[in-house]
Design a protein around this ligand. Sequence first.
Ligand SMILES: [Mg+2]
Length: 411
Amino acid sequence: MIPFDPQEVAQRIMNQPTNQLTGSMTPTTTKPNWGTSSKESSLTPDGTPRKGNLAKPLKPSRFGIKPQGLEGDKDCDVDGFGSAITHLASTANEIPEPMSAKIPSKTAQKKPYMTLSEFKQNAPTAATKTPEKKATHQSKFVEKYKNIPRNSSGYIAKPPTILDTHPFRFLVYNQNITVEAFKKYILMAYKGLLYATNCLKTPSDRAVESRRIELAPKTVEKRNQKTLILDLDETLVHLCDMREKSDVTLQATSDRGDVVNLPIRLRPHVQEFLEKMSKMFEVIVFTAGQDYYANAVIDYLDPDATMVSEVLCRDRCMETRNGFIIKDLRVIGNRDLKDMIIIDNLSHSFGVQIENGFPILEFREDKADVELKHLMGYLQEVAACDDVRTFNKDRLKLAELAKMNEAQLFG
Ligand SMILES: [Mg+2]
């Protein structure tokens, strides 16, 4: 069993019963404890530290910047976190089936509207004994539905669906997304936000300090730019299991010294996205994956190291007692929260700073995915705003999403 699997984490956030994420449980059971509980003291009865309760020393960053505050972390639950890490790809056959709805291929997708002739053909055919009866019946059918809105081409539109009317539809750019996939996306974002709002306890300053990193000073040309923090798995790439066809297979040396294959799929437009965004932002990758995996992927995407300034990995994340990985932006010591935006497919990841986050639609296999392409437009505005938190809060309204219930979300 691998300690972190993005698919498994996504599945678990989806499996959380909503009524257990709305604060109805008592704090002792709902509040994940970042520190060491009284039942699980970090010290054994003889006063020596329990195995696995201390943070592993952090490795130097991609650009050789020394990590800060490494020793004696007793303030954050890191038990089993990093100590039993195994390689994702080597256990790829253990990764369960993707939980997301499969987005159909372009040819399988239906047209958003039906033509008038299609509409008439779809009319009930009970009265088809004579052409006259058929015509009469179709006329009545058209009359009955004449109030259905037409699109600009004059075609009769299908009745509006959740994709036409949902208040948070704008969070997904893919116009061909299925209702099923959209519902799963909204539910996952919603549950992650519910968890963050009602259950997640803000990590202590000490826990943050233990993972703190000082980034390299911004260059002169980037000194006024904001910091764009990108998740890796299901945001920029998808690490394939053995049943999936990859775009490229990378090789890396694991912490155990094994050379391992990393079959990955690249999200459409990822190169263009990184190139353009690196001109507007200081770009950082922040992943719950292991450093050798993340560095191999980023070295492939950015071989000249000109686009991504830093790669923050698992040892900069925090894990709640029930196993959710959190990316607390306060670990980045020398950047202001008002200047940071994080893009992640799992909204609970940025649950400590919801107003800094953008919950992107997850990517696994859709070659027609356009989320990164369109996200550039949003980020262009973010780059020019004063405070990312205010801008995001006004535009995305994630706090309002978290206040809804499932009936309001899906009607
Ligand atoms: Mg992810």
